[in-house]
Ligand binder design. Structure first.
Ligand code: FMN
Length: 192
């Protein structure tokens, strides 16, 4: 089973991280890190408590606390075994830390390692509007080889529900890692 790292931070949009996790678990071993703020936003937006969330994780998922800097994936020698790192949703705080090489917690560290090992890094930022600082930090990540996206569902596929809009964004993240899915209707695809 291929391995992948998923980080959920304290930006609004816990549902994006939750749905990406759900999709990844269908065919991957997932190393999951949720920041302390990520857990707070999770409870705020979905009513799920940290203990209940952790209790329900399946066998093909290993959870690390944001402070577990000694975890295997802190090391390039282990992160290189994975497909890369997804941060979704990504706060502007985590974006700024990674863009400036400040590895204060395990999420920052795995992103830093992904960039140095030339593994894929996808940061799904959620903020609106953006300051020049955010934009400059996005530029830094992009120049360093990562991919930055602001969660922005499309309308050309005629979404009918909020779920459709979430699935579009999640599908675009999975596309980046070459992971098959049926989450959104592609442009001019009559087969769905
Ligand atoms: C309910 C709630 C919603 C938030 N939404 C956002 C957001 O959309 N984008 C963002 O950058 N920060 C948002 N924040 C602030 C972050 O949680 C905060 O900056 C935090 O320090 C980020 O830490 P982390 O990156 O380690 O998770 C939100 C906080 C709360 C409590």
């Amino acid at each position: 089973m291929e391995k992948i790292v998923l980080c959920i931070t304290g930006a609004s949009g816990f549902i994006y991280g939750e749905r990406i996790l759900h999709e990844l678990l269908k065919g991957h071993f997932v190393y999951l890190i949720v920041s302390e703020s990520g857990f707070k936003v999770m409870e705020e937006e979905s009513g799920i408590k940290k203990e209940d969330f952790l209790k329900n994780l399946p066998e093909n998922c290993t959870f690390y606390d944001q402070n577990m800097i000694e975890s295997p994936i802190s090391s390039g020698s282990r992160l290189i075994e994975t497909k890369g790192v997804i941060v979704a949703p990504c706060s502007t705080g985590t974006l700024g830390a990674v863009a400036n090489g400040i590895s204060n917690n395990l999420i920052h560290r795995v992103c830093d390692v992904a960039l140095k090992e030339r593994k894929k890094l996808f940061m799904l930022v959620r903020e609106m509007p953006l300051s020049l600082i955010h934009i400059k930090n996005m530029e830094k990540i992009t120049v360093a080889g990562g991919t930055v996206a602001v969660a922005s569902p499309a309308f050309y596929n005629n979404p009918k529900t909020v779920d459709d809009m979430i699935n579009f964004v999640v599908g675009k993240v999975l596309d980046h890692f070459g992971i098959n899915h049926n989450l959104y209707r592609r442009w001019k695809d009559e087969n769905i």
